[in-house]
Design a protein around this ligand. Structure first.
Ligand code: DHK
Length: 144
């Protein structure tokens, strides 16, 4: 199974960025944890981070033929991006939306996700564990 993990804007700053909200793990820590989890499950993983909406859209297009499932933390684009939502709809690759923080306990503008209606499901609020749970969920898509 091939899984593409997409990290949206400002997630390259994890570790230093609002650690009280996002935790102390860096993006490298998250990718390393995912790589270990993937290897243990025989899953092939690719990860990509961008601060640009267009680059994330293009990556979804490029990897649609390769990826069996997508894990995406759209970060701020969660709440703004019709383009990312349309890209996910266009490629028909099952997607899991991930957030480190519980977006529903935060500002009202974070309560709406453009991505959730086109995702299989959403995992939010468990810090780095959100990603681990998403990887497990991705490997189970189609199993139930
Ligand atoms: C990350 C961000 O950068 C925010 O813009 C989202 C998300 C929440 C997270 O919790 O991973 O609102």
């Amino acid at each position: 199974m091939n899984i593409l993990v997409l990290h949206g804007p400002n997630l390259n700053l994890l570790g230093a960025r609002e650690p009280d909200v996002y935790g102390g793990a860096t993006l490298e820590d998250i990718n390393e944890m995912l790589a270990q989890e993937a290897a243990a499950r025989g899953v092939v993983l690719r990860t990509f981070q961008s601060n640009s909406e267009g680059d994330l859209v293009s990556k979804i297009h490029e990897e649609a033929g390769w990826a069996d499932a997508l894990i995406i933390n759209p970060a701020a684009y969660t709440h703004t991006s019709v383009a990312l939502r349309d890209a996910l709809t266009a490629v028909h690759v099952p997607a899991i939306e991930v957030h480190l923080s519980n977006i529903y306990r935060r500002e009202a503008f974070r309560h709406h996700s453009y991505i959730a209606p086109v995702a299989i499901g959403q995992i939010a609020g468990f810090g780095i564990e959100s990603y681990r749970l998403a990887l497990i969920a991705a490997t189970r898509i189609g199993a139930s």
